[in-house]
Write a protein that binds this ligand. Structure first.
Ligand code: ZN
Length: 214
């Protein structure tokens, strides 16, 4: 296997499939243990804060996550606080079950290694609970909020064939370059205010007809 795996881009059918769970024997196999190492190295090289197996062409319920301090170096303490973002050590999730906790949501800009070089506003739950197995097959339970909860939701979505553009406000979509050039410091709401909706004139929606019983 090459040192870095090829990250599949949107349009690749594997990103739209439901990934299958891994059995304990298969998880312990050299193939899957090697795959986890290669996924970790590929995520770090990208760099990204999470990578799901479908993104490297394996339709398996397997995710790696890591949000190291060096990826947060470009953010001010205020930005880190606003995003509720802190360091998350490397860990593996196998067959994760995600549950939303509470009703708070957070709207923020995020990207995806499979939608390379784009950024978009995505509303997500602020708090989640994840029950999964680790890379050794031991049960783990994670309570997360803020940015970590966002990462977990994003990666678990990949296991169900969902990509962040499915949940995005598509009018906030920008290349990372353009986002940095024109929208640095904006929130999703302030971006929407600065860039009001255009006019979608087709297809036209017919006026509702009153049903007078005739
Ligand atoms: Zn992604």
């Amino acid at each position: 296997m090459p040192p870095f795996l090829k990250i599949r881009q949107v349009g690749d059918p594997v990103l739209r499939q439901r990934a299958r769970p891994l059995g304990l024997d298969e998880l312990a196999s050299p193939r899957i243990q090697d795959l986890i190492e290669h996924m970790r190295d590929t995520m770090r090289d990208a760099p990204g804060v999470g990578l799901a197996a479908p993104q490297i062409g394996e339709s398996l319920q397997l995710v790696v996550v890591e949000d190291p301090p060096q990826l947060q170096a470009g953010l001010t303490p205020e930005q880190l606080a606003e995003r509720e973002r802190g360091a998350v050590p490397f860990h593996v999730l196998v067959n994760p079950q995600l549950t939303v906790v509470g009703e708070d949501t957070v709207d923020a800009f995020e990207g995806c290694l499979s939608l390379s070089s784009f950024v978009m506003a995505v509303k997500r739950a602020r708090r989640v609970r994840v029950e999964a197995l680790d890379q050794h097959g031991r049960g783990i339970r994670i309570e997360a909020s803020g940015w970590y909860a966002r990462i977990l939701q994003h990666e678990c979505d990949h296991l169900r064939g969902v990509v962040c553009i499915d949940r995005a406000d598509t009018r906030t979509l920008a290349t990372s370059d353009n986002h940095g050039r024109s929208w640095r410091g904006f929130t999703p709401d302030s971006l929407r205010e600065a860039q009001p909706p255009g006019e979608l004139v087709w297809p036209s929606v017919p006026e509702p007809v009153d049903d007078d019983g005739g």
